[in-house]
Ligand binder design. Structure first.
Ligand code: NAP
Length: 294
């Protein structure tokens, strides 16, 4: 039976470590890390995510600033605010909460963010630096997964790793990170997607499977070998009569049966999800200490 990778616990540990560092910074009259977030429109899920990020900042002693803009904001107007944050010496890093309203050009907006302050790690310059194994801000979800592998001391060197999904925020960066000459890393990586023929042939050979496709309970026991490490990124909300809220969250893995065959597995919820905030805070601390761009 698998060892459960407890993302909630690791995320809290990381937040405690950062809080201790902020205490020392304050005691030495150093610069208090300051994260800003721009929220455009009134999307409910985005409100929740940004709210959680601001709350986490308060808890660990960071300063935080929330900029709220209306649903009808134009690209030009948003870029005006972005340029303000780029020039504000007190702001160490900031995020523009995605998704943006449909009329906006997300790529253009990402490129307006100063790479030095891009703590979400989405600017092409930072993605290029990641690919070249240069110091950079790693995107939150992949960074969180690397932390889980590291802190659970999961052996990755020389292993076969299959990544299912090639999105810019999860699958693609994950496949780059797992193939890099780093630890964790040094895997032989196969990146699979919706056009992959005979997916099962690949997953059956995998020592590590990172599943990020957004289809509930997609990965089943017959697709994995004994002893596999499974990282489940997927989150799908389904109706449920078992919970008070009337819904529950499912991952991309058929958890009970795959756990039987795995050596390590992340649950949903409580696995990868809680790590994204920890990653953002780690990146903001790095920005404040000018660790990436000296
Ligand atoms: P996405 O942009 O929708 O990408 C999904 C990927 O899965 C695509 O590359 C797609 O291939 C591939 N795919 C779809 N059907 C497939 C199939 N039958 N076989 C193999 N590959 C298939 O998704 P995303 O943004 O990466 O998110 C994936 C999931 O992770 C979602 O459930 C999302 O909610 C969740 N998520 C969780 C966190 C977290 O913090 N836990 C963070 C981000 C995302 P094509 O490229 O060919 O279309």
């Amino acid at each position: 039976m698998a060892q459960i990778i407890d993302g909630k616990l690791i995320s809290l540990q990381i937040q405690e470590e950062i809080a201790a560092e902020v205490k020392t910074i304050k005691a030495n009259n150093g610069k208090i890390p300051h994260l800003a977030a721009i929220l455009v429109g009134n999307d409910g899920a985005s409100e929740t995510y940004v709210g959680a990020k601001v709350k986490a900042c308060e808890k660990i002693g960071f300063k935080s600033t929330l900029v709220r803009l209306s649903e009808t904001t134009t690209d030009q107007e948003l870029i005006y605010f972005i340029e303000g944050l780029n020039a504000d010496a007190d702001i160490d890093g900031y995020i523009v909460q995605l998704p943006l309203p449909k009329h906006m050009d997300e790529q253009k907006i990402m490129e307006a963010i100063a790479p030095q302050k891009d703590v979400d790690g989405f600017h092409p310059q930072n993605i290029g630096r990641m690919a070249l194994n240069l110091p950079t801000y790693l995107p939150a979800t992949p960074y969180g997964i690397m932390q889980l592998l590291e802190r659970y001391k999961i052996e990755t060197v020389g292993k076969n790793c299959v990544v299912i999904g090639r999105s810019h925020i999860v699958g693609s960066p994950m496949s780059i990170l797992m193939a890099r000459n780093t630890n964790p890393g040094n895997c032989t990586v196969t990146m699979c997607h919706s056009r992959t023929a005979n997916l099962k042939e690949f997953t059956l050979k995998a020592d590590i499977i990172i599943v990020a496709l957004g289809k509930a309970e997609f990965l089943t026991a017959d697709m994995v070998k004994d002893g596999v490490v499974v990282i489940d990124v997927g989150i799908t909300r389904v109706a449920s009569s078992e919970t008070k809220s009337g819904f529950k969250l499912l991952g991309d893995v058929k958890y009970d049966e795959v756990a039987e065959k795995s050596s390590f597995i992340t649950p949903v919820p409580g696995g990868v999800g809680p790590m994204t905030i920890a990653s953002l805070l780690m990146n903001t601390l790095k920005a404040s200490k000018k660790e990436i761009y000296k």
